[in-house]
Ligand binder design. Structure first.
Ligand code: XMP
Length: 319
């Protein structure tokens, strides 16, 4: 009979048996799967684990700090945080097309991660761990070679000469089971129950070209929205919530002057599988408070709109 405690013990025993005294590399994204896996591996093999967290400069406010805090149990030597923001922003400069942005972020991610993986491989690291879940295994059944990092998402594989063996402890688990493990392993609540966040990060939530100024505006507005959802106990009632910065400037009035400010979109959806989604009927008083707060605290935003389109025909993200 299945209990999370049994699963945890079984996974730890499996990992130890498989890996022995070898070293293991893991890419952490800040999501629940890779964070839980980091804590699990750390529990199983201690300092044989090296986790790499690539900060692509497209994270939400305080996200990097939250991840660093959550992965504190690994110890400083076993968590490598690579700040590659400038490299990503440079690569994204002048690019407005969504698919192009996705490709660039995926490519730069692989570049940065590959450089770390190469160093570790030279130090004798043999395994590459991934938080692949059972639904991912089904989805990509057939063609997955070793050392692909979520190839069905954003990034391609590592070059074959790196030759890692793949370790996928979650390949028979569903998300809910991973969340139960996360609880046992002490992963902080905000990460354990976190909404999904796309690999390309905020780059696809700034419609058109990504600039440092726009990232800053979006981060502050997004944080107000998400914090308010938590304050109103609404966060767990929706499957995903996000803010989108449009390139539109609309007219407003400040004092008796006309002003121009960005149009910011808010979106929240309920969904079982993210293939279809219904827009969330958030309370009007809540939306009112969020719009007031955003326009007050982020003066670059002149107008806040709430997306009432379901998927299909609209996607969850705006790009
Ligand atoms: P859409 O916008 O396609 O999103 O309705 C469905 C889910 O997928 C996420 N999403 C992505 N995740 N890389 C990712 O890792 C991407 O390029 C990407 N695009 C969308 C989206 O946030 C939602 O959860």
């Amino acid at each position: 009979d299945w209990t999370p405690e049994h699963t945890l013990e079984a996974l730890i025993a499996d990992i130890r048996a498989k890996v022995g005294k070898d070293r293991v590399l893991l890419a952490v994204s800040g999501g629940v799967d890779s964070s839980t896996l980091a804590l699990l591996l750390s529990r199983a093999i201690g300092s044989q684990l090296t986790a790499v967290f690539v900060d692509h400069g497209l994270l939400r406010l305080n996200e990097r700090h939250e991840v660093e805090q959550a992965l504190r149990p690994l110890g400083d030597e076993n968590l490598r945080v690579v700040d590659a923001s400038e490299q990503f922003l440079r690569a994204l400069k002048g690019v407005a097309d969504p698919e192009e942005k996705r490709k660039i972020v995926g490519r730069e991610f692989i570049r940065v991660f590959e450089a770390e993986a190469r160093k570790l491989s030279q130090e004798g690291c043999r395994w590459l761990a991934q938080g692949t879940l059972y639904p991912d295994v089904i989805e990509s059944a057939g063609g997955e070679g070793a050392a692909n990092i979520k190839s069905h998402h954003n990034v391609g594989g590592l070059p074959p000469d790196l030759n890692f063996e793949l370790l996928e402890p979650f390949r028979y688990l569903f998300k809910d089971e991973v969340r139960e493990l996360a609880l046992l392993l002490g992963l902080p609540e905000p990460i354990r129950m976190r909404h999904p966040f796309p690999g390309p990060g905020l780059s696809i939530r700034i419609l058109g070209e990504v600039t440092p100024e726009k990232l800053d505006v979006l981060r502050r507005a997004d944080d107000i929205f998400i914090s308010a959802l938590r304050d109103w106990n609404l966060y767990d009632s929706v499957s995903q919530a996000l803010a989108v910065l449009t390139p539109l400037q609309s007219v407003g009035v400040i004092g008796d002057e006309r002003s121009y400010g960005y149009v910011l979109g808010l979106r929240a959806v309920s969904t079982a599988d993210f293939m279809t989604a219904d827009w969330a009927r958030l309370p009007l008083d809540f939306l009112d408070e969020v719009a007031r707060k955003i326009t007050r605290q982020v003066p670059e935003v002149g107008r806040v709109v709430y997306d009432i389109t379901s998927k299909p025909p609209a996607t969850i993200e705006w790009e």
